[in-house]
Ligand binder design. Structure first.
Ligand SMILES: Nc1ncnc2c1ncn2[C@@H]1O[C@H](COP(=O)(O)OP(=O)(O)OP(=O)(O)O)[C@@H](O)[C@H]1O
Ligand SMILES: [Mg+2]
Length: 257
């Protein structure tokens, strides 16, 4: 059974894309069939998966507007071992064009249904907003993975996201649930981060993943080589943490079934 997950947080620069590509590569390394859907006009997940966003014959934009299928628009990235439904700046226009269309929040869901059997996991990298693009992601998914930094304002931003997820669950997609919160760019030497991390555990219990992703420069360097950190330097601390996270996801998904 295919599991479709959004990697979402409306806050910018919190590690959504890094989490998407490294989880995807980690899952691929343990034999899972994975599709990454880039729903961000920045196209960072596309580039970070080794696919050139400037040279996409077809992209997620064409899929959302109904002029191409996922099967036509996806690309195989041998570098990272998974498929990519890429995005580039063209996608920024989709937001406006979608408003006119029927079922504007379910376009991605419908398109993904046609390839569901091809994958164990579909991971959707959301943009830093609660826009119609993100809504298409949330309407397609079984669950949401929320990467977050353990900083002072992190919990505040989380309540907006949790409310949006509740609303989508109530009105548009009864399958949707929070799969878990992932602590990223973690530095255990910083007392505040330890405190926020403990607060998260207290408040969200086992919704907080056991895996913790440290701040690690190899993860930040990997995208400039068009690679996930997990592939670029598998022995680095960051890669090891994402590999542990991938294994934890597989276990958590078994528990969902
Ligand atoms: N664990 C980490 N250690 C060090 N650097 C990291 C780590 N995770 C992410 N980064 C870096 O932090 C920056 C933001 O990460 P990323 O692009 O994954 O965030 P994002 O939430 O997808 O951003 P946006 O909201 O713009 O889409 C990037 O430069 C990335 O390389
Ligand atoms: Mg991103």
């Amino acid at each position: 059974m295919t599991r479709i997950f959004c990697i979402a947080n409306q806050k910018g620069g919190v590690g959504k894309t890094t989490t998407t590509v490294n989880l995807a590569a980690g899952l691929a390394r343990i034999g899972q069939r994975v599709l990454v859907v880039d729903l961000d006009p920045q196209g960072n997940a596309t580039m970070g998966s080794g696919v050139d966003k400037r040279a996409l014959p077809l992209s997620v934009y064409d899929v959302l507007l109904g002029s191409a299928s996922v099967a036509e628009a996806r690309q195989r990235s041998e570098k990272v071992g998974y498929d990519v439904l890429g995005a580039n700046r063209e996608l920024a226009g989709a937001e406006v064009e979608l408003v006119e269309l029927e079922q504007r929040d379910k376009r991605l869901k419908t398109a993904l249904a046609a390839v569901a059997d091809d994958y164990d996991f579909v991971l959707i990298d959301c943009p830093p907003s609660l826009s119609l693009l993100t809504l298409n992601g949330l309407c397609s998914a079984h669950g949401v993975v929320v990467p977050m930094q353990c900083e002072y304002f992190a919990l505040e931003g989380l309540s907006d996201l949790v409310n949006t997820i509740k609303q989508v669950h109530a009105n548009l997609n009864a399958d949707l649930q929070i799969i878990g919160l992932l602590r990223v760019m973690f530095d255990p030497r910083i007392t505040l981060q330890q405190q926020v991390s403990a607060q998260l555990e207290g408040h969200f219990g086992d919704k907080v993943f056991k895996a913790v992703i440290p701040r690690n420069v190899r993860l930040a360097e990997a995208p400039s080589y068009g690679q996930a950190g997990v592939v670029f330097d598998p022995s680095s601390k960051g890669a090891q943490a994402y590999l542990a996270f991938a294994r934890e996801m597989v276990e958590r998904v078994k528990a969902l079934a």
